[in-house]
Design a protein around this ligand. Structure first.
Ligand code: GL9
Length: 821
């Protein structure tokens, strides 16, 4: 299975030729960005043969494909990852050295492909990596946003959003495929025609506007196996080749409107995490990429098969959250209106093709479209959903006669809204959650009625991450140390890491392990110095919380605790305190006021503490600007403590938690999401667990009885910290600045229950857990052992395991092998 051998001379020659051909320059004259482009094209050349060979092999074997349908693919940088998976990283590094280039500098020129918000989008990217590495035929289907996730600048402590023009210098790895362009239609009306011959009604959309969907293909390189799958993302172009309906010819206004539609539709990623905005353009984006992807999947099937009723034998659609759920109705439309199947035939195909993953129980994330909007934009698709709903409601009524409550709670269309989750569950053959606890909450709380009616559909697939990016590429020192000790099979078989357990008590191994951690902390300290201008001490504890800014993730709890520690140190300067660096990184949705104010609070606290010489550098607070996949790789590698402190029951899984664990950082967290399973693997003595349980939180939410003001009144330390939010301690120029945060914890004005996310309830036990962290860290050998055990026990959390479970239990794909000629 070995890959074709790397030819250094040839590679160098190609880099030089690329610089000439692309920029009419010699190596010495080229900018670093131009060199990055030239190197990338040379690496792409290495990929192309395998890409061709893979697609040829698939063509021959006619396998079943999974279509991973997702609004988001948070890919990060491609160059480093591609070199890693081609197993030519060290070769290229050497080749570049020979011509005086630094591979790190070259890699650093690449803009992140940030076509996603956070966990959900990054999960999709990890899944593609695992699918290719395990040899499963797969397409990622998504949108080629012109602007990805915004870049974050911090000005005067506030977040400022800057457009992410990631394509401006050209994108070396993508391939435009105009031959696969599709037409996607919006609006207009549906004309019904009765055909005497067949005795059927035929439905035709008329008076619509359309756009041309043009796919761009990205290679997804499997690790050391010659397999290259495809991420296919769609760009929108104005219709020109497609003729306007003949009676529309010369309709200038329509031509302009269609041009605008094409321009707007793929312009920008919605920067919301766990939140549904309900914008018309968002629904257009969804239908745009789904219609194009489903059309393409059907066309591909029909090239080699004539019985469309067996479509599901060769294709399965995994819907990444409800965002792509319109696929259900679009597949029905194509089967009914274009393939001429009966309703029952079409339904059988559709319900054996579609499967749905739920990623959150946050109520504000549920997609519900107003009927008016939905039917105006997608008139034929809406008709089909009405019919799906009519039949589904009939089923509910048959199962629960006279129970109108069930219909009210479960119908797909109700109260003037189309409920996308209900559509996905009714139509799909599988519904999965993303961690054990999350799936249990779905079954017994959020989706209880659906679980009771169709328990066989429900299953769990605990999330995972790819060790190729988050250890092999992101932490090369640790990766090679591990390989020296247990061989390199962990790269494709992560549970092998458990072989490290024999070293956890070995002083030499402990020292080497912690020395690598130290070097990674030095690397991060340099990054922080360069990008934030803050000096941090790599000998201090690096306590890290990086993830999207969201109230339920409770960055606020973290920073309030920092304020509390600062008070302690000021009051008791003689107190023994192990130096700590609290590191934050987080983007807030552009319209999420309270989240943005929390960023300002973190930076304000940082300003005061970092500039207070009297505390002798015992405490530092750093907010890393523009947290993203590329700097995340460095941050995980350098972390001592992993902050996973969401309100129990709210974080469906989390995946950052797994990346920290893999890199040897113990979890400081609540029993939420996949933290539960992390503790199960590593043992609770190797984590720092605190706070309310999910059951306790849910109980308070349902039955009341939580009174944060009692805690405020009875706990002096907490009261003092909260008062500092409104006495100008961290906002001397405007003491009212953080009033909103104070109010959110103690009610008064806000309409929600006070302290929605139980920050005061968990504060004391969090502070205690933090105290335990400090004590544990003082014991050097003990800490080294705990850190190593975290790495050694992280095998379960590879996305290779997750994907294998999807394959075995949902998709039923066959492994392919590809030989290179
Ligand atoms: C999320 C959950 O909040 C995470 O807990 C989970 O790990 C990921 C992946 O399953 O999905 N759901 C969700 O809406 N987001 C998640 O991260 N947010 C986005 O990234 C949009």
């Amino acid at each position: 299975m070995a890959t074709k051998k790397f030819n250094k001379k040839e590679f160098i020659r190609e880099v030089k030729a690329n610089v000439k051909a692309l920029y009419r320059k010699n190596l010495e004259e080229a900018t670093q960005q131009q060199l990055f482009q030239a190197v990338s094209y040379a690496v792409k050349d290495e990929i192309i043969e395998n890409w061709l060979a893979t697609q040829e092999q698939y063509e021959k074997d006619d396998p079943k494909y999974v279509y991973y349908m997702s609004m988001e693919f948070l890919m990060g940088r491609a160059l480093g990852n591609n070199m890693i998976n081609l197993t030519i990283y060290d070769d290229v590094k050497e080749a570049l050295e020979e011509i005086g280039l630094d591979i790190n500098v070259i890699e650093d020129q690449e803009p992140d492909a940030a076509l996603g918000n956070g966990g959900l989008g990054r999960l999709a990217a990890c899944f593609l990596d695992s699918l290719a590495t395990l040899g499963y035929p797969a397409y990622g289907c998504g949108i080629r946003y012109r602007y990805g996730m915004f870049k974050q600048k911090i000005e005067d402590g506030y977040q400022v959003e800057v457009p992410d023009n990631w394509l401006k210098d050209g994108n070396p790895f993508e391939l435009r495929r105009p031959e696969y362009a599709k037409e996607v239609k919006f609006g207009g009306y549906v004309r019904v025609e009765y055909d005497e011959k067949t005795g059927r009604n035929y439905y035709k959309q008329e008076g619509y506007q359309s756009v041309r969907a043009v796919p761009y293909d990205f290679p997804i390189v499997g690790y050391n196996n010659n397999i290259v799958n495809t991420l296919r993302i769609w760009d929108a172009e104005a219709i020109s080749e497609f003729q306007l309906d003949s009676f529309d010819k010369g309709d200038y206004r329509k031509a302009v409107e269609q041009e605008n539609l094409a321009r707007n539709i793929v312009e920008v990623l919605y920067p919301n995490d766990n939140h549904y905005a309900g914008k018309e353009l968002r629904l257009k984006q969804q239908y745009f990429f789904i219609s194009a992807s489903v059309q393409e999947a059907v066309a591909k099937y029909k090239k080699n098969h004539d019985d469309i009723r067996k479509f599901y034998e060769k294709a399965t659609f995994q819907l990444n959250d409800t965002h792509p759920t319109v696929a259900v109705a679009e597949l029905m439309r194509i089967l009914l209106d274009e393939e001429g199947l009966t309703w029952d035939e079409a339904w059988e195909v559709t319900s054996k093709t579609c499967a749905y993953t739920n990623h959150t129980i946050m109520a504000e994330a549920l997609e519900k479209w107003p009927i008016e909007l939905f039917s105006r934009l997608l008139p034929r698709v809406y008709q089909i959903i009405e019919e799906i709903n009519r039949r589904f409601v009939a089923q509910i009524e048959a199962k629960y006669p006279g129970d109108f409550e069930k219909v009210r709670k479960m119908a797909i269309i109700f109260d003037g809204q189309v409920k996308m989750a209900h559509l996905a569950i009714a139509a799909g053959y599988s519904v999965n959650g993303v961690a054990q606890l999350h799936t249990e909450i779905l079954k017994h709380q959020e989706l209880k009625d659906f679980y009771e009616m169709m328990p066989e559909k429900f299953n769990n697939k605990t999330n995972g991450i790819t060790q190729r990016r988050f250890l092999l590429h992101g932490n090369p020192l640790l990766a090679s140390w591990i390989t020296d000790h247990i061989g390199d099979e962990w790269i494709t078989d992560l549970p092998q890491l458990s072989k490290l357990k024999v070293y956890v008590d070995d002083p030499k191994a402990q020292q080497e392990f912690m020395n690598i951690k130290y070097q990674n902390k030095v690397r991060l300290a340099k990054y922080i110095q360069e990008h934030n201008g803050i000096e941090v001490d790599p000998r201090s504890i690096f306590d890290v919380q990086v993830k999207r800014l969201h109230e339920y993730k409770r960055q606020l709890l973290n920073i309030l605790h920092v304020m509390y520690l600062y008070n302690q140190i000021k009051d008791h300067p003689e107190m023994d305190f192990y130096p700590r660096t609290f590191i934050f990184g987080a983007k807030a949705a552009a319209g999420y006021r309270r989240a943005k104010l929390t960023i300002k609070l973190i930076n304000s606290v940082a300003d005061v503490i970092n500039n207070d010489a009297s505390i002798k550098n015992k405490l530092k607070v750093v907010f890393i600007e523009d947290y993203r996949v590329s700097n995340a790789e460095w941050i995980f590698a350098a972390a001592d403590v992993s902050e996973q402190i969401s309100t129990a029951s709210k974080e469906a899984s989390g995946t950052g938690n797994m990346k920290f664990m893999l890199n040897g950082a113990p979890t400081l967290g609540t029993m939420d999401g996949a933290n539960v399973e992390i503790v199960e693997e590593v043992g609770k003595e190797n984590a720092f667990i605190f706070g309310l349980s999910a059951d306790e939180v849910i109980n308070y939410e349902q039955n009341g009885g939580y009174h944060p003001e009692n805690i405020f009144n009875s706990d002096q330390d907490i009261r003092r910290v909260l008062m500092q939010l409104i006495n100008g301690e961290y906002a001397p120029d405007d003491p009212e600045r953080f009033r909103e945060i104070y109010d959110s914890l103690l009610n008064t004005k806000s309409s929600d229950r006070a302290d929605t996310y139980f920050i005061l309830a968990d504060f004391r036990s969090y502070a205690d857990a933090q105290k335990r962290v400090e004590e544990a860290y003082r014991d050097e050998a003990g800490w080294a052992k705990m850190a190593m055990l975290n790495t050694a026990c992280s095998g379960k959390f590879t996305s290779d395991r997750t994907i294998q479970q999807y394959v075995d239990e949902i998709w039923h794909l066959k492994k392919e092998t590809v030989k290179v000629k």
